[in-house]
Design a protein around this ligand. Structure first.
Ligand code: PEP
Ligand code: MN
Length: 338
């Protein structure tokens, strides 16, 4: 259920409603809109008994939310959410491009790539310090030293940082360095991790699980939101299907579907979505045309020698630069900017 406050409701009235709801042992989460505040009621509503919510001062009406995800739904918040990280707004008119290698390999690598992508107009540097590898003997990431290298890349270029966190235990450590947590496809339903990044309050890019439905994905986002962290950005990165030509099947349907069901921003990762370098630029353009708020892309200056297998899907810096130029006209055609 959501409680819709009157357009001119005072902070005092809002606080009073929240206090009454929470006194019954149910959580109340406000969302400030341009016009009015709505308060999401989460938990066991039977605890509210016959509390006369609609007659409380400042309340316009209450409305049930039919979707299984509540705070993530359009019914809870009609206008798009924007998330701010490193002084950049994600989900607004300007498209956000996050780019960089699969993994942070060494200082020289990450600084070289960061400078290249910054020159081309990216706003965040990506790169894993903790890598979720399919095999236990594969390179697992350099851990904290890699986080320090990312921080150095940010200092040199001004780019924000997005990097993956894999366990609740590492949230504090990774959070000391990063601007945005990346939750990988394999951890979309790691519910303890979802709750922990929720408690951190920091922006989170939540990748779609490789076999997750859109509803399961939004329910995963709901775990983060329910901890009081509204800064969730969804990321479509391809799903498993019968098709084996590409690494995954990039489900671009998800972009307009998410826009219909949710107010959360969504970015697309065509690098993991296709697994093939030549397909990354065309699918990036398609993602933006479909309404995505940005892209998460792998870029490497020396992909043949990358430490993960993802060199084959990494753009060369010159290809990335060309893509950024091409995106300008697509963005312009749909009323957006790069
Ligand atoms: C990555 O971004 O390098 C990564 C491991 O992505 P995913 O979780 O989508 O496989
Ligand atoms: Mn990768």
């Amino acid at each position: 259920m959501v409680i819709i406050m009157e357009p001119g409701a005072s902070q005092e009235q809002i606080d009073h409603v929240i206090k009454r709801i929470e006194s019954a042992g149910v959580k109340a989460q406000p969302s400030l809109g341009e016009e009015r505040t709505v308060i999401g009621v989460i938990g066991d509503k039977t605890k509210l008994g016959d509390m006369p919510i609609e007659s409380m001062s400042g309340v316009e009406r209450t409305m049930p939310i039919s979707a299984p995800f509540k705070l993530a739904s359009r019914q809870f918040r009609g206008e798009p959410t924007t998330v701010e990280a490193n002084g950049t707004k994600i989900g607004g008119k300007k498209l956000i491009v996050m780019a960089g290698p699969c993994a942070v390999e060494n200082n020289e690598q990450i600084i070289t790539i960061a400078k290249e992508i910054a020159k081309s107009g990216a706003t965040f540097i990506r790169g894993g310090a903790f890598k979720p590898r399919t095999g236990p003997y594969n390179f697992q990431g350099h851990g904290e030293p890699a986080l320090r290298m990312l921080a150095e890349a940010r200092r040199v270029t001004g780019l924000g940082i997005i990097t993956e966190v894999m366990t609740p235990h590492d949230v504090e450590l990774v959070g000391r360095y990063t601007d945005i947590f990346q939750l990988g496809t394999r951890n979309m339903q790691n519910f303890y991790l979802l709750r922990e990044v929720g408690r951190s309050g920091k922006p989170v890019v939540l990748k779609r699980g490789l076999a997750a439905t859109i509803e399961e994905w939004l329910l995963a986002a709901e775990y983060i939101l329910a901890e009081g962290n509204p800064n969730v950005i969804l990321c479509e990165r391809g799903i498993r299907t019968f098709e084996t030509h590409t690494r995954n099947t990039l489900d671009l349907n998800a972009v307009p579907v998410i826009k219909e069901l949710s107010h959360l921003p969504i970015v697309v990762d065509p690098s993991h979505g296709t697994g093939i370098r030549s397909l990354v630029s065309p699918m990036s353009k398609a993602a933006i045309a479909a309404g995505a708020d940005g892209l998460l892309l792998e870029v490497h200056h020396d992909p043949d020698n990358s430490m993960t297998g993802d060199g084959v899907q990494s753009l060369f810096p010159a290809q990335f630069d060309q893509l950024m130029i091409d995106l300008k006209s697509i963005a312009g055609a749909i009323g957006r900017e790069v």
